[in-house]
Design a protein around this ligand. Structure first.
Ligand SMILES: [Fe+2]
Length: 276
């Protein structure tokens, strides 16, 4: 059975810790259904214990992660790597590192906002935690809306973010196939039950589609960005080795605090929704 108590303290945001074994999720339909319910109808993120996978070699561990992702939907290839599993680690020498390749704060965002249907689930498996920092932060769409409504200009911001079309553009550094146009999607930031937001993607989008830029829209995304920055002060969740965080990328934003050593390593799988 699910533990339905969501920790409302500032430490874990909306992450629901689940006590079921990872093997059950892989083999039992009811356990998988419980995971889906928490991700799709609950807070949008869960923590699972996959420490038994740490005894496996990297390839076998990644294969288990792919199996789990394919139970939830379809694991998709991202970036230029051979494996669909992305190694989330700091790459200080890279010229244009993404959020996941830097060791400073990664602000709240959703992934792949520039696609018509961003991947639905992100699975992060902690292999080597940072010795200092590196906590993950999750903020559900629901809690974001509640907190915005408490702000003086919050309802105005919500209205602009949900009723205006924003251009989201992929960063050129992510573009694998230069024969194709750089992905760009036009969509609202908020809908009734979902969110799409990455400040850099919208800034890139405004650059490419200046006709979609307006003072009102710039005001709304800057207000949202500074509102989200306030949540970065919270403590977050430091994943232990073998802990797995699954996030519904349509219903929750994720962020990561700066970390101090270069050895922090997570495996990440990106999962597309199954066709209905
Ligand atoms: Fe991300």
């Amino acid at each position: 059975m699910l533990n339905t108590q969501v920790d409302q303290s500032d430490s874990t945001f909306d992450v629901l810790p689940m006590s079921m074994s990872i093997e059950k999720v892989l083999t039992e339909d009811q356990s998988l259904a419980d995971v889906r319910t928490a991700l799709d109808k609950g807070s949008g993120s869960i923590l699972l214990d996959a420490s038994q996978w740490l005894d496996l070699c990297d390839v076998d561990c990644q294969n288990e992660l792919i199996k789990l992702g394919n139970r939830l939907g379809k694991v998709v290839q991202r970036g230029k790597t051979e494996s669909p599993i992305w190694r989330v680690e700091s790459k200080p020498d890279k010229a244009m590192p993404s959020f996941s390749e830097q060791s400073n704060d990664a602000p709240f965002h959703t992934d792949a906002s520039y696609y018509p249907a961003p991947m639905k689930y992100l699975i992060f498996l902690s292999i080597t935690p940072a010795s200092q920092g590196g906590e993950n932060l999750i903020l559900s769409h629901r809690r974001l809306l509640d907190s915005l409504r408490e702000k003086e200009n919050g309802r105005e911001i919500i209205s602009i973010l949900s009723q205006s079309e924003f251009p989201f553009s992929m960063s050129p550094s992510f573009h694998v196939d230069s024969s194709k146009e750089l992905p760009l999607e036009v969509a609202p930031v908020l809908s009734d039950d979902s969110i799409r937001f990455q400040i850099k993607a919208i800034r890139n989008g405004f650059h490419r589609k200046p006709e979609l830029m307006s003072t009102k829209k710039v005001y709304a995304i800057e207000q949202l960005e500074s509102h989200l920055a306030g949540f970065m002060k919270n403590r977050g969740e430091k994943l232990k080795a073998g802990q797995m965080l699954i996030v519904n990328n349509w219903r929750a934003l994720h962020a990561r605090k700066a970390f101090g050593n270069e050895k922090r390593l997570l495996f990440r799988a990106s999962v597309e929704a199954e066709l209905e």
